[in-house]
Design a protein around this ligand. Structure first.
Ligand SMILES: [Zn+2]
Length: 323
């Protein structure tokens, strides 16, 4: 049993403005792992923030050992901008930014604002942690998954979280400033989770995120509740992904299930209705496969046209992972 304290990480922005970032600090009276759970490094990825709030309420009476640091809004500047990063304008994709804080760990207290954010959080939250769960959100057309370094301790934690898919990365794959890489170098166990859906708080994804955090707490011995049993996660290999492409242009009318669902070979994913001829082509899965992403451009949630289901010939209608 513990009462969550609200603590603050303090920093000064480039223009001299002071910023304080609140987090919950849950301390038991027994030694144990220090679990940092965080969300919303990207300000439009907010289901994880709600998951953390619910997790703290449920875990506080159960905490038996160790400590939990719970940071629902890692990037208040981007949250208030209601965009992935605080320097983006309408419909600008993630990559247009120079303030992507996820690239700037461990930060610089005298650098640009995103580096100042990471420097403060690194000192106050990352350094004390032994285990880190970093919640993000893919666009709602994409299946939820976990991305982790290919290390036994990290894999063991990731497998108990209850996510349907896991992708293994080399520890230094991606940006050198990624939290996974920088905190991993210090021997911390870092699990990156992608829920599904941006800009909105999706109740099903909040539940998925909250349960993942409860499972982690049980797995690490912070609470007496063992992780909830769930189907084993499937390991994804990007080089085996199949792209289903449009045979002609038209409106893609998707009929298959939600992202992450299992399709049988030959099962219809949808039909493609030509606006020129009204010809309608059935589009089906070539093999038994999981639907990882359906008709949409990458990072599509940032822009309405990118969510539009009119496609040109050879556009990607679905990305599948063979079962
Ligand atoms: Zn993100």
């Amino acid at each position: 049993m513990c009462t969550p304290e609200i603590a603050f990480s303090h920093l000064v922005l480039q223009d001299g403005t002071r910023l304080r970032i609140p987090y919950w600090d849950l301390r038991s009276h027994r030694p144990g792992p220090v679990l940092l759970v965080m969300a919303a490094q990207h300000g439009n990825e907010i289901s994880g923030s709600a998951a953390i709030e619910q997790f703290v309420a449920e875990i506080a009476p159960e905490l038996r050992a160790g400590r939990i640091l719970a940071l629902p809004f890692a990037n208040p500047l981007a949250l208030r901008a209601r965009r992935p990063h605080f320097d983006l304008g309408p419909e600008q994709p993630y990559i247009d930014s120079h303030q992507n804080m996820a690239m700037y760990w461990p930060g610089d207290a005298t650098g640009r604002d995103s580096q100042r954010l990471t420097a403060a959080l690194w000192h106050d939250l990352v350094l004390p942690a032994t285990h880190i769960i970093d919640l993000h959100c893919y666009p709602r057309s994409a299946a939820p998954l976990i991305m982790i370094a290919d290390q036994a301790e990290t894999i063991a934690l990731a497998e108990c979280l209850g996510f349907p898919f896991i992708r293994l990365l080399a520890l230094n794959e991606g940006w050198t400033g990624a939290l996974r890489w920088q905190a991993g170098r210090l021997g911390k166990v870092v699990v990156g989770c992608e829920l599904s859906g941006q800009y909105r708080v999706y109740p099903g994804e909040v539940q998925r995120g909250k349960q993942a955090l409860l499972n982690a707490a049980g797995f690490l011995g912070l609470s007496p509740e063992p992780p909830l049993a769930a189907p084993a996660a499937k390991y994804l290999q990007m080089e085996k992904y199949l792209e289903v492409r449009a045979p002609h242009q038209g409106l893609f009318i998707q009929t298959a299930g939600a992202p992450g669902s299992l399709l049988q070979a030959g099962q219809e994913i949808g039909c493609l209705l030509s606006e020129q001829t009204l010809q309608c082509s059935s589009i089906s899965a070539p093999v038994d496969a999981y639907l990882l992403r359906s008709c949409a451009r990458p990072d599509c949630d940032v822009a309405l046209p990118d969510q539009h289901q009119f496609v040109f010939a050879q556009d990607v209608l679905a990305v599948l992972a063979p079962a």
